[in-house]
Each structure stands twice: as C-alpha cells, then as structure tokens.
Design a protein around this ligand. Structure first.
Ligand code: FAD
Length: 458
C-alpha cells in the first residue's frame, strides 16, 4: 500500500452536475478545491446519453442560468462536423424543455473549465472511510490503485448522488417514497446508430394512438409527430400501444410501458432510456450488481425488439452501453432546510433561494406501472438543503441533498443539480473566506454573487 495526503479548503466528492457546479463555484470564489471521482473522467450522469431538462419552466421561461447555462453556451461555441456541440433550449409540451448536447465533448469542456478554475482533480479514487470527531467532519480516506489518500479539508461537499460520504459519516437519511419506501427504478442507458428517425416520426403521424399516454402523465397539447418533425431537439416518449401488445404476446423483454428516445446531435444516432429494474437500491453494491447484469441482458434483447418492431430502427446497432447504471433515487440526507412536495407543487420561492427548479414532479413508479408526471410552477432551492444539520463541515450538492422523495423527483434533473451545486459551492467559499461554518454564511451575500454570475433567482 502507498500512502499520500492532501490538505485543501474544500473537497468535493463526485464530479457529476452537482459536484461540477459546486467545485467551479467554490474555486472561482477563491477556495482551494479538490474534486474527486471514482470514474476516469468528469461529468457523472452528464455523460450517459441524457438530455438536459429544466432550463425552461412549463411556460417556456428560462429559469436556470449560471454555470449550467454557461456550459451550454460553451458547447454551442464548440464546432463539430455535424454543427455545434449543443442545441438551444427548446420548449417541450411534455418535459417543459429539452437541450441536447454531445456527451463526449462535454467531458472536454468540463475538464477545461475545471483546470481553468485551478481545481485539483483526483480520479479513479473511491471514498473508503471518514474521520468524524465530535460531530465535525475532519478528513476522509480515499482508495485508488493501491494508494490510501487522506484528504483534510475545512468543508466536504458530498456530490456522489448516493451520498456515500455522508452515509459513512453517520448522517441520517431517507430512501424511497413516503409510506411505501418504494424507490424509483434505475435504467442502464445505451445508444444505437443506424436509425432512420424520420421513418419513426412518419409512423407516429400515421398512428397517432401510439402517442397515447397514461392518465398519470400531465402533458400540454402539441406533443405529437409534428412537434418531432419541426425540430430535431426532442425526446420522444411513445409506442405505449405497441408495447402493450408485445407484452400481451410475451415478446417484451423490458417491464415498461413506452420507449424514451433521446434524439442525438449525431446523424442516425439516438440514446435510449428503456431498461427498468424494479426493487433495485443503487446504494447497495449487491443490488446494483444484480441490476447491472440485468441491464445488459435487457439491452441485448431489447435491441432485437427495436429492430423487429419499431419503424426506423430495423438496421440499428449498439454503439455505446454507458459505464454504469443510472440511479434515479437513493439516499436523501437531512439538512438545515428540506425541500418538500408542498414547496415544489406550490412554486414556493423562499428568501434563501440559491436557484430555481422548473421541472415537473417525475416519479417512475417502483411497481413498474407507469410514471407520475405533474407540472409545477418554478420553485426555489433553499440554501439550507445543501448544509448538513448534524455534521459540521458536511454539505450536499445534487440528488442526495435534503429533499423529500417527491421534491427530489423534480430537483434531481441535471441543470437543477448543477444550480444547487453552484449555490452550495459559493456558500462554502464564503465560509472559508470568513472562517465560519457554512450554516452561518449570509445567504444574501451568496445570492448577490450568484446573481452577478447569471443565476436566475426569481
Ligand atoms: C435513467 C435516468 C434518466 C434521467 N433522465 C434525465 C434527463 O433526461 N434529464 C436530466 O436533466 N436529468 C435526468 N436524470 C437525472 C440526473 O441524471 C441525476 O439525478 C443527476 O445526474 C444527479 O446529479 P448528481 O451530481 O447528484 O449525481 P451524478 O450525476 O450521479 O454524479 C455523481 C458522481 O459521483 C461519483 N461517485 C459516486 N460515488 C462515489 C464514491 N463513492 N467515490 C467517488 N466518487 C463517487 C460518480 O462517479 C459520479 O461522477 C436521469 C437519471 C437517470 C438515472
């Protein structure tokens, strides 16, 4: 075993949207930051073929600015043989908005930003243990490639999605929906090329009943074949009738009610959000392993189903199965504030708001039945959801922050996680600047900095 140590102001564990937002904001506000990830690249779920939802609210108003929007501006300035590396934010009657981007180029753009901000990066390292002394988080121990690395910092931001650092620190958390404890099922994302999406759209135009939705899905009018034909920036949720018929015949390898096709910027390519794994807990390594195996087996069979039954997909072939299972929901930790279902559905924007959420409540039902999709007004993300109420020096960014299950189902989307991270990182940097606890930082000062940086707060 080799041993090493690092001493920084702020250590951010997890380089997904929450961690990137937090690390960039903290470093740009003067803190010495270490950004750690178990992967060999930056981005977390920003690299698994998903679209960005939530830049616009249900009425088409832009509600996310700041670092998340800066990323998309930089991606739009990035020239590629097929055009540029990101689309505009397009209004969507179902998802409020869709922004498509090139996930590989995102990795470059993220790396440039992180290096430009002077952030130290440590990859291929996973958290092993923590040192909590008298309810203060003093240091964490990482393990990677035969190294044991001790990181001492004044503030640690958990942006691992599952909250692995907070869990090891003994912080209290909740999992699953209220009353039932059921967790939203995860999905292993994959990409296929050789698709003629115009043929799929033509089929939907000729068979509009394939756009039927379950009664639990709240969608504005105009989500139809014409919408897909007008502009390639779309996410197509369709084929419910066909899937039901295939299921009745025993020919459906995946236990889900429709297909989610994310159009790609690359010609002939689409990303598929289709596997489903009921009863899986992504924060449990045995459950996760089971799901990962099931994911591969589902993708293999489901690709044959696509080739056989979906017009436009006859010649499709797999070009990417993403490195690990996408987890929609696991641990949610306790903060000095908790974002609740009431806050979200009533569009509450409190005085300590550090960013807005403009996305729907979106719960993939853990019993496999359907999805609950409920439009909400834009709501505020309170600073306190990022600050542990139990362990000094511990903060959260992303889906492990302090939210109830319904609020999390909305705030989990990536631009909102990044906005939350930007607020948390700014608060953490001010705490370092003044030598105080993150919970004692003046939120008005955080908000003034965020506003100057283009964050939308009202
Ligand atoms: C199938 C699926 C579909 C989705 N669809 C959309 C969509 O269409 N649009 C949208 O905007 N959002 C979507 N989401 C939501 C979104 O992807 C996540 O909620 C969001 O990425 C959470 O951000 P995060 O920063 O909290 O975590 P993540 O993006 O998961 O990032 C966590 C990072 O922490 C690292 N990490 C984890 N554990 C450790 C550890 N122990 N040690 C070191 N590093 C660690 C990981 O490698 C990763 O890089 C979807 C999610 C899923 C799963």
């Amino acid at each position: 075993m080799n041993y090493a140590s690092k001493n920084v102001d702020i250590a951010v564990l997890g380089a997904g949207p929450g961690g990137l937002g937090a690390a960039l904001a903290a470093a740009r506000n003067g803190a010495k930051v270490l950004l750690i990830d178990k992967n060999g690249y930056l981005g977390g779920n920003m690299t698994i073929g998903l679209p960005l939802l939530a830049f616009l609210d249900k009425d088409g108003r832009q509600v996310i600015g700041g670092i998340a929007d800066e990323f998309m501006r930089d991606m739009r300035a990035y020239k590629t043989p097929y055009g540029v590396a990101a689309s505009q934010h397009r209004y969507c009657p179902m998802h409020n908005s869709v922004t498509l981007y090139d996930h590989e180029i995102f990795k470059f753009v993220a790396l440039h930003k992180v290096l430009d901000a002077g952030i130290e990066v440590l990859l291929h390292t996973e958290i092993e243990s923590v040192n909590v002394d008298n309810r203060v988080l003093r240091s964490i121990r990482l393990r990677g490639k035969g190294y044991e690395i001790t990181v001492t910092a004044k503030i640690f931001i958990d942006a691992t999605g599952d909250g692995d650092m907070a869990y090891l620190a003994g912080a209290s958390y909740e999992k699953g929906q209220k009353d039932t404890g059921v967790i939203q099922p995860p999905t292993l994302m994959f990409t296929v090329a050789g698709v003629n999406i115009d043929e799929t759209i033509d089929y939907l135009a000729a068979n509009p009943d394939q756009m039927d939705r379950s009664a639990t899905i709240d969608c504005a009018s105009g989500y139809d074949a014409e919408y897909f034909r007008k502009d390639p920036t779309f996410v197509m949720v369709a084929m419910r009738k066909l899937f039901r018929e295939l299921r009745d015949k025993g020919e459906m390898p995946v236990d889900r009610e429709n297909i989610i096709v994310i159009n790609s910027l690359l010609p002939g390519e689409v990303h598929l959000n289709c596997t489903r794994h009921l009863g899986v807990d992504g924060s449990d390594v045995f459950s996760l392993t089971h799901a990962e195996i099931e994911g591969y087996l589902q993708i293999e069979k489901f690709t044959q189903t696509l080739q056989k039954h979906i017009p436009g997909f006859e010649n499709c072939y797999i070009t990417n199965i993403y490195p690990s299972m996408g987890i929609r929901e696991s641990r949610r930790f306790s903060g000095i504030r908790t974002l609740t279902e009431d806050d979200v559905v009533n569009g509450i924007i409190p005085e300590d708001t550090i960013g807005l959420g403009g996305y729907s409540v979106d719960i993939h039902m853990g019993n496999g039945e359907s999805t609950i999709f409920r439009k909400t007004p834009p709501y505020g993300l309170p600073y306190g959801i990022t600050v542990s109420n139990e362990i000094e020096g511990l903060m959260f960014a992303g889906r492990c922050a302090s939210m109830d299950a319904v609020a999390m189902s909305s705030a989990r989307v990536m631009p909102i996680c990044m906005a939350m991270g930007e607020g948390a990182g700014t608060g953490a940097a001010l705490a370092i600047r003044y030598g105080i606890s993150p919970k004692d930082v003046d939120v008005n000062e955080i908000r003034a900095i965020l506003k100057d940086n283009g964050v939308i707060l009202a």
